[in-house]
Design a protein around this ligand. Structure first.
Ligand code: ADE
Length: 242
């Protein structure tokens, strides 16, 4: 997969440590050639000598608005760099909430073009002309779409076949939609939060590990884990239950 990002802060998308995409699973996926990440500076497509990408809003009010022309030209240039068609995505608090189901759909695309806006917003006319998917990572306002784009990249990249090690598994993640048809019971189970996990030592600060996990009885362990997932989901995220 190829991921392009349009931003006025391309340095945020470095893929060498200590950058966020330069460590852990994203870095491994990049090194293994499963994904390539290309950040493009929208400023390179400005036509004014100050390389200004934004201006004051018509109608007044606070903040600045990203202008149409630099973004439009940047999209055109980046899309021309390779024939693979892009799925255009604008990161914005006005977008549809990002879910694991959306992440899984995006992970199946050959090429994503992420647009990270800054300032108050982007001129609505270029949004309409580009017709991107609009995605929000939550009901709070970030300083710009860059961190949201990185969240999306991280979530997508870990689903690339080979990105996770043997001991890690994406299929059992909370919120995962099944790639293959599954029973109703299983589809409910996939929406549950994860169960608690424990490792060595068996006792820490006077706290022991739940006995059942030491029993070696795989049936009992699976039943306990499912029960924990249900009770946690009921307590913390009842909205996830049918
Ligand atoms: N840009 C600013 N805030 C955002 C959010 N919550 N999600 C996506 N993009 C954003």
């Amino acid at each position: 997969m190829r991921i392009d990002v349009l931003t006025t802060f391309p340095e945020m998308f470095a893929t060498e440590p200590p950058a966020a995409l330069g460590v852990s699973i994203p870095a491994r996926a990049v090194k293994a050639g499963l994904v390539s990440i290309h950040a493009t500076d929208v400023r390179d497509y400005t036509e004014n000598k100050h390389r200004k990408t934004d201006d004051r809003p018509f109608g007044g009010g606070p903040g600045m608005v990203m202008m149409c022309q630099p973004l439009w030209d940047a999209v055109a240039a980046v899309e021309k760099a390779e024939a693979t068609p892009t799925t255009r995505i604008l990161l914005t608090p006005q977008g549809a909430p990002l879910t694991q189901v959306i992440v899984e759909k995006l992970a199946a695309k050959p090429r994503l073009l992420l647009i990270a806006g800054h300032y108050e917003g982007i001129d609505e006319r270029v949004i309409e002309a580009l017709a991107p998917m609009e995605i929000s990572i939550g009901d709070y306002v970030l300083s710009g779409g860059e961190l949201a784009a990185m969240v999306l990249i991280d979530a997508v990249v870990r689903l690339m076949p080979g990105a996770l090690g043997d001991e890690e598994s994406a299929g059992q993640d909370s919120f995962s939609a099944a790639a293959v048809p599954i029973s109703k019971k299983e589809s409910v189970e996939r929406r549950l939060l994860d169960c608690p996990h424990f490792t060595k030592p068996r006792e820490w600060m006077g706290q022991t590990v739940p006995e059942v996990l030491l029993s070696g009885d795989h049936g009992k362990i699976a039943a306990w884990r499912l029960e924990q997932r249900l009770s946690r989901t009921k307590a913390r995220r009842p909205d996830l239950l049918p």
